[in-house]
Design a protein around this ligand. Structure first.
Ligand code: BYC
Length: 333
């Protein structure tokens, strides 16, 4: 039986006899339907494996690239408390990226391959991180809106059918929830400040609102992956369902800030039991995900530079690990 080898983790077993519609595929779907977890050594359809690699690696890249816009403000945070909190938050994002790369590795792809896909522009990362952070209030808006959208999208992934991804998401969601609160608290402080601080707060909300709404991805009818991913319980809710929940949540929370969401069409619709909202600029979304957003080039070149500058660390760690392994082997012999 051939194996898709993964240099860092256990082999992923793929049985060529198990074609679509086969007994194995029916058993696999039954397991998913019964809410049982699929684990790395279980048989899975090749497309399921590929879909997970695509989604988990894009998710990991988003966490790592997501460190850049906020990292930009660590040296300029307005107090020691804010600085320490922001450092901790950015460090959490690095940790999330690492859990997610590890989860993807269990599917038979190496971390080097994933990083190469990111650096060569073959893998996507979240559109949201291609916007600039212009003022301190942007750090609040990222926490409240971007982490808020992330939680809305990621809490259901804790129940994803693939065990390693679902388990990684449990801890990630706990940390994201702290991130959202720190963001909201930054905005709440600004919203009670001077007139200039209030203006800064509203301006950041204005600039981050629509990109956050876009984070959920294309409308359901334009989303090529949703139907299959929901059948496999990789996704538990569609892009539009999660987007609507996010709008409903923010439309209420913005009132506490005494600010406004920049959407003249936003209003509660009692017949739907939800907030209606205005049209999304899909042209902007596609520009950004195709590499032409305000900061795409800057983000990618910062990541590539960081990777190159870290080469000596990886070499030193590999040499150290080899030395330790040789030592251990000598002791055992
Ligand atoms: N940006 O059929 P669809 C975070 C792509 S981390 C870029 O709906 P799917 C945080 C999509 O990949 C935030 N691309 O796809 C971190 C697909 O392209 P390909 C990241 C997007 O996968 C640090 C195509 O459009 N969260 O929050 O069923 C600090 C068609 O879309 C986007 C995750 O990754 C986008 N916004 O659904 C703070 C969560 N939307 O691959 C915060 C896990 C869509 O065919 N991922 N595309 O070329 C998911 O839940 C799903 O992958 C998505 C998209 C809902 C994002």
């Amino acid at each position: 039986m051939p194996t898709a080898t993964n240099p860092n983790k256990q082999p992923v077993i793929q049985d060529p006899a198990c074609q679509a519609g086969s007994d194995a595929e029916l058993r696999f779907q039954q397991k998913v339907d019964n809410d049982l977890k699929i684990e790395p050594r279980d048989w899975m359809p090749e497309k399921y494996r590929q879909t997970l690699i695509r989604q988990i690696s894009q998710h990991a890249h988003s966490e790592i690239v997501g460190m850049l816009p906020e990292g930009n403000w660590i040296t300029r945070a307005p107090s020691l408390r804010r600085k320490a909190t922001l450092i901790a938050k950015v460090q959490d994002e690095a940790g999330h990226g690492l859990y997610l790369y590890s989860a993807a590795e269990t599917l038979g792809i190496s971390r080097d391959e994933m990083i190469d896909q990111l650096h060569s522009g073959r893998a996507k990362y979240s559109s949201i991180f291609n916007y600039p952070t212009l003022t301190w209030a942007d750090i609040g808006a990222i926490g409240w809106l971007v982490d808020g959208a992330a939680i809305m999208n990621q809490v259901p992934i804790c129940r994803c059918s693939y065990g390693p991804y679902a388990r990684a998401m449990v801890r990630i969601c706990k940390e994201e929830s702290f991130h959202q609160r720190q963001g909201f608290e930054i905005l709440l402080t600004l919203s009670k400040g001077t007139e200039a601080q209030k203006r800064m707060c509203q301006d950041a909300i204005n600039r981050w609102w629509w990109p956050s709404v876009m984070m959920f991805g294309p409308h359901d009818e334009a989303s090529p992956h949703t139907a299959q991913s929901m059948k496999w319980k990789i996704k538990r809710f569609s892009n539009d369902e999660l987007r609507q929940r996010f709008v409903d949540m923010c439309a209420q929370q913005v009132k506490v800030l005494c600010m406004e969401l920049p959407d003249p069409e936003l209003r509660y619709n009692p017949s739907r039991g939800h907030y209606d909202f205005g049209p999304i600029d899909w042209q902007e979304f596609h520009q950004v995900i195709n590499g032409n957003g305000p900061c795409n080039r800057e983000r990618l070149s910062a990541r590539i530079r960081a990777h190159q500058e870290g080469q000596w660390v990886r070499e030193a760690a590999t040499a150290h690990a080899a030395k330790q392994a040789a030592k251990l082997e000598k002791q055992v012999a």
